[in-house]
Structures are given as structure tokens and as C-alpha cells.
Design a protein around this ligand. Structure first.
Ligand code: EPU
Length: 421
């Protein structure tokens, strides 16, 4: 069977501008949330990625009418049916777990397959389940392939998350929106995507306050009306292009950014020595290697994002000494390390920390084990001498709109080829 690969001949200087798309991790929660409305909803600014297509198709499985036109999605949930969703679409992405909170809120019942997603080590959903149970649901996990969640009544509760979790915070917020009375989520995730989902739910008539802080209050409502909502810009896509610009950019203009969301990365790039000019909704980033070595530790927002840990790593090969990258969210999120070694990168990973030493990368055949590992290999390929071939690019297409076309327009020597698997 043929598969697509991405090939990059490194060493070009990139110039021009990039327009950032809507946030993947908002979109993948907001699309399921549309099923809670009792009237049509329109979403603007969606990224054109396969995870969006998969979720739209899952809405179709519930007899919801959808029309995806470029970056705009129209959803008409008025004929919705509560069908079981134990299928391979659910397993193809992580965010399908948001169908649980949305369907539980709307129907008080759902049967759904187990979520998949990037292999980043263990990714339990115990905090989501703890939240659903606190709201009065029973959760049947006896099947190996699906879960049944149901409640006679959903009743607001005080829920303290043992771990700060984006997914659990959003999923509980979804279900609690239709619970009777007040729910408080303590130790909630503060990521901008949580705020975007809360704003969307409020635009449909929900009563959520405190999103963006560690304590979110949700007063349940009995109906959600239609709405039109624009997705916030993707801070991880923006961050990836900032890393690309820092690797080999000459004044790359990155538009449609919320600079505040970029701060944890901007600070680190400036520490390296990257030249960055910040405007109201844009940044201009220019490579200025050789860089100073830096240490990075991933943390929940507003700390340094785990999703940018892999894309920033190739920049550390351009530093004047060893750098250390510590991953605290997913301590096993280091599957890019062996691929970078194939490219002659002096990098090792041990017990949650990677050590990166100055190196000249060379082209090689490498595998994208997950979405952000794929982004990391693209940055590395742009820096390497010779041609890099990236396999398993389906992961990259799950999260980056037209990345090959965008990089080509900036002057990268990048193309796709079909090869025998
Ligand atoms: N965790 C638990 N129990 C839970 C939930 C989470 O132990 O019930 C742990 C996780 O194993 C992890 C930590 O808590 O160690 C944080 O996980 P979180 O729930 O915040 O992650 P997520 O919601 O599953 C989202 C993004 C990820 C991103 C993380 C962290 C989506 C669809 N995914 O995942 O994005 O890495 O938050 O910011 O929003 C990506 O875009 O490449 C990606 C993997």
C-alpha cells in the first residue's frame, strides 16, 4: 500500500508571512459541544485538519446535519438521535472523549468507544470519570472497547481535580452545563482553550464563570440555544512556526496570534537569543543563531506547553552548550529523540529529561511517532544538511493545516511523495 511521505532538503532561508489557523484543541472540544444546542450553530475559523473532519463525521453518526465549508462549519442538531458510538473514528483521536461530556449533558446517557490519540505514554481519563460520577452518573467500564455513561439526573457538585487536566476540566464543564444547580471545578486547567470552550457554551446560554482561573463555576441551564462562534488562534501552530522562523527564518511575519498566549514560548526564545518583534495580533521572528543554551521544563498553562517541547528541541542543537528539556506532563513524550539521533543530533533522554548538545543535523529517514514529534522533525529537516524523509505523516495532518504548502510558500525545499509502505 502506498503512503505519503514529506521530504525536506534543508538549508534554505525562509521569508514571508504565515496566517495562523483556529486552535485545534479548542475546535475538537467545541465541535462535540455543538450537539448540546437545540438550534443551529455556526463555527468560524476552524483549522482544516483531519481531527476536525473526524469529529464532524461523528456528529453525522448522531443524525446531526453538518456542512463543512473551508473553515466554517454549520451544525443543525435539531434531528439529533442518541446513537451508540463504539467505532474506529472514536479511537482515531483523543478528543473524541468530549463526546462523552456533551452527550451526557444532552441525553443523560451515552455509549462510546475508548479514545485514542498520540502515543505519549499513559493517558488515563480517571479525572473525567470522577467528575461524571460526582454529577450523579454511573460509568460502566466493563467492556474492553466502549464505555456506557448514564444518569437519571445530573446534579451540580463541587469537584476537586487531583491533576490539572485540560480534558477533564472541559468534559466536566460540558456535562455540568446541563446539570441541575451549581458545579464548581477546583484545580481546573487554565489553558486558553478551556476559556474558548466556556465562551462558546456561554454564547449558547450557559452560565459559566471563572474559566481561565483554577476555580470554574457552572450554573446548570435546561436549554442551550443556537450561536455563532469564532475559534481562537492556535497557539501551538503559532509556536511551531515561531520555532521554524527561529531555525531558519528571515523576518517571518506570523499573523493572527494572541501574543499573551505565546508568552511562555516567547520568553524562552528570547532567552535563546531569537529576535522577536511583537504587535497586537502578530509577531515577526528572525533566526539569530548561534544561540545560548537554555533549560526548558514543561508545565500546565501558563507554563511552557508540553505541545511545544518537541518543536523547540531542534533549536537547541544551534546553542553554544548543552541544554536540558524536562517533561513533567508526559514524561515519556520523547519518541522524537531516537529520530533526531538518526539525523546525527547529539541528544539523549533519561527519566523525563532530554540532554541536547550542539550538533550539525544531517538528512535521514525518520518516523513521526506523534503529531508534535512530526513538527519537531520538520524543524529538524529544515536545519539539516541534505534530504530528510518523514514517514507516518498522517499524525502531522491531524494538527497542522496545509503545512507543506505553507512552508513551500516561505521558500522551503519541501515536497510530498507517495512511497510503498
Ligand atoms: N491525566 C490523568 N487523568 C486524567 C486526565 C489527565 O492522569 O483523567 C494526566 C495525563 O496523563 C497527563 C496530564 O494529566 O499527564 C495532563 O493531561 P490533560 O488531561 O491536560 O491532557 P489532555 O486533555 O488529554 C490536552 C491536549 C494535548 C496536550 C495536553 C496538555 C487536546 C485534545 N489535547 O490533552 O494536546 O498535550 O492537553 O496540555 O486538547 C497535542 O495537541 O499534540 C496534544 C497532545
Amino acid at each position: 500500500m502506498a503512503q505519503e511521505v514529506i521530504k525536506i532538503r534543508g538549508g534554505q532561508t525562509l521569508k514571508g508571512s504565515v496566517e495562523i489557523n483556529g486552535a485545534k484543541n479548542s475546535s475538537v472540544a467545541i465541535i462535540p459541544a455543538t450537539l448540546m444546542a437545540e438550534a443551529p450553530v455556526t463555527l468560524d475559523g476552524l483549522p482544516q485538519i483531519s481531527d476536525v473532519e473526524t469529529l464532524v463525521s461523528l456528529l453525522g453518526d448522531l443524525n446531526i446535519k453538518t456542512e463543512l465549508n473551508g473553515t466554517t462549519l454549520s451544525v443543525d442538531p435539531t434531528q439529533i438521535e442518541n446513537a451508540p458510538l463504539p467505532n474506529n473514528k472514536v479511537e482515531s483521536l483523543r478528543a473524541s472523549y468530549y463526546m462523552m461530556g456533551a452527550m451526557l449533558g444532552r441525553f443523560k446517557k451515552c455509549v462510546i468507544g475508548l479514545p485514542g490519540g498520540c502515543p505519549l505514554g499513559p493517558r488515563p481519563i480517571d479525572q473525567h470519570i470522577k467528575g461524571f460520577k460526582a454529577l450523579g452518573a454511573t460509568v460502566d467500564e466493563s467492556s474492553m472497547t466502549s464505555m456506557k455513561i448514564e444518569a437519571d439526573r445530573l446534579i451540580g457538585a463541587n469537584i476537586y481535580l487531583d491533576i490539572v487536566s485540560v480534558g477533564a476540566t472541559i468534559n466536566i464543564m460540558l456535562a455540568a452545563t446541563r446539570a441541575e444547580g451549581q458545579t464548581i471545578i477546583e484545580n481546573a486547567a487554565k489553558e486558553p482553550e478551556v476559556v474558548d470552550v466556556a465562551n462558546f457554551l456561554n454564547s449558547m446560554g450557559a452560565k459559566i464563570t471563572g474559566a481561565g482561573t483554577s476555580s470554574i463555576k457552572i450554573v446548570g441551564v435546561s436549554h442551550l440555544h443556537g450561536s455563532r462562534h469564532a475559534i481562537i488562534p492556535d497557539r501551538i501552530e503559532a509556536g511551531t512556526y515561531m520555532c521554524i522562523a527561529a531555525a531558519c527564518g528571515e523576518s517571518i511575519h506570523i499573523d493572527n496570534i494572541i501574543p499573551k498566549h505565546m508568552e511562555p514560548l516567547t520568553v524562552k526564545l528570547k532567552e535563546l537569543g531569537v529576535t522577536i518583534e511583537t504587535g497586537d495580533d502578530y509577531m515577526i521572528v528572525q533566526a539569530a543563531a548561534p544561540y545560548k543554551s537554555v533549560d526548558i521544563k514543561t508545565l500546565v498553562y501558563p507554563g511552557f506547553a508540553t505541545d511545544l517541547q518537541q518543536p523547540i528541541t531542534p533549536l537547541l542543537f544551534l546553542a553554544n552548550g548543552p541544554s536540558f528539556v524536562t517533561e513533567t506532563i508526559y514524561p515519556e513524550r520523547f519518541r522524537h529523540v531516537q529520530e533526531l539521533q538518526k539525523m546525527n543530533g547529539l541528544i539523549t533522554a533519561d527519566r523525563g529529561t532530554a540532554t541536547v548538545k550542539p550538533s550539525q543535523l544531517t538528512g535521514a529517514e525518520v518516523y513521526a511517532s506523534d503529531l508534535r514529534a512530526g513538527a519537531c522533525l520538520i524543524v529538524a529537516g529544515l536545519l539539516a544538511e541534505g534530504v530528510t524523509t518523514i514517514y507516518n505523516v498522517k499524525h502531522i495532518y491531524r494538527g497542522y493545516t496545509d503545512i507543506v504548502k505553507t512552508l513551500k510558500a516561505l521558500g522551503a525545499d519541501i515536497w510530498t511523495e507517495q512511497v510503498e509502505a
